[in-house]
Design a protein around this ligand. Structure first.
Ligand code: FES
Length: 335
């Protein structure tokens, strides 16, 4: 018997594991108790059923509609969580999930038309919300533009076809690929032309977008150019890519005062990346700015944070950050 962990108290039995593409699998789970969630939310999953390693995955199912709670997971080489979930977990096993989390949901946004922009595995919350909107918001039309690397990378291909057949008046679904020209696919990266061609009224629509970092930057810049105001623009960024540096090759210094040592790290890296790359001790259970295990004190320097959720005001004023959610923009000194 596995006991619930403090962050992941919800037991789920694995009903099935289905391969979606070469590197993406969907796990179907049966919740042992009522499990409330909103379309688009995510949960932390306890990897190997312990609190030591937690990973965040979108709930790709839709509340009230899907037979199972589902997680759709891309296997990442060397990814501890994704390898365990997609290669080792079998039907009959028990997984432990946190309560559903996150603000990225369409459920509180009324009857507007929706434009969903998805890149790669970022389609998981988009599917959850599209399915939910079509069933629950009869006055909301939905346009989905889904960018994949190659035509073989389309996740939920069969279900997208079914949704299009069942909602021909309300769902506009377009696939796009940056690979060579393929029948049925828009060609090239996300562009103004692609959006203008497929959305009739940009002045009213709510944009929801999810995908890898580069895609999200493009989506945000594009929506600004198209005049989508911030109150109508919602995004969910994949946290896994947040550990990467900016990639411009510049380096900054990270001084560790207690060791009286300096380390060179790429500008734009997260503090967690910088610590792990230099084999400095740090515990990082969720890597998503949720659990608080990676709390670290920065004594001085330049950085930005994307989550401070477990920190008190006093800790923040003393320079404590969550290393997984702190990006180094200049040289820093840590305690
Ligand atoms: S690892 Fe959980 S908040 Fe950073």
């Amino acid at each position: 018997m596995t006991f619930p962990t403090s962050l992941c108290p919800n037991a789920m039995q694995v009903h099935g594991v289905h391969q979606e593409t070469d590197d993406v699998w969907t796990l179907e789970l049966i919740a042992q108790d009522f499990y409330p969630y909103s379309p688009g939310q995510y949960a932390l999953v306890s990897i190997r059923n312990s609190d030591a390693v937690l990973r965040a995955y979108t709930l790709s199912s839709s509340p009230g509609l899907s037979r199972f709670i589902t997680l759709t997971v891309r296997r990442i080489e060397d990814g501890e969580g994704s390898n365990w979930l997609t290669q080792d977990v079998k039907p009959g096993d028990t997984l432990w999930l946190s309560d559903a989390q996150g603000e990225f949901t369409c459920a509180d946004k009324g009857d507007a038309p929706f434009l969903m922009l998805a890149g790669g595995c970022g389609v998981t919350p988009i599917m959850s919300m599209t399915r939910w909107l079509l069933a629950n918001r009869p006055n909301s039309d939905v346009t989905v533009i889904y960018h994949v690397h190659t035509p073989n990378d389309v996740i939920f291909a069969k279900e997208w076809r079914t949704l299009c057949e069942n909602h021909p008046q309300r769902l506009r679904f377009r696939l796009a690929t940056s690979a060579s020209v393929s029948e049925g696919f828009l060609q090239g990266r996300l562009s103004e032309e692609q959006v203008r061609q497929h959305v009739s009224d940009l002045t009213k629509c709510i944009v929801m977008t999810c995908g890898p970092e580069g895609y999200m930057d493009e989506a945000q810049a594009l929506c600004e150019r198209l005049g989508i105001t911030p109150e109508r623009f919602y995004q969910e960024r994949f946290h896994s890519s947040a550990e990467n540096a900016d990639g411009n090759g510049d380096e900054i210094k990270m001084r560790v005062r207690r060791l009286a040592q300096d380390f060179s790290v790429p500008v734009g890296a997260t503090l967690l990346y910088a610590l792990e790359q230099n084999r400095l001790p740090v515990i990082a259970a969720c890597r998503s700015g949720i659990c608080g295990s990676c709390k670290t004190q920065i004594l001085q320097g330049d950085y930005t944070t994307s989550s401070q959720s477990t920190l008190t005001d006093d800790e923040i004023s003393m320079g404590y950050v969550l290393a997984c959610s702190c990006r180094l923009t200049g040289s820093v000194e840590i305690a």
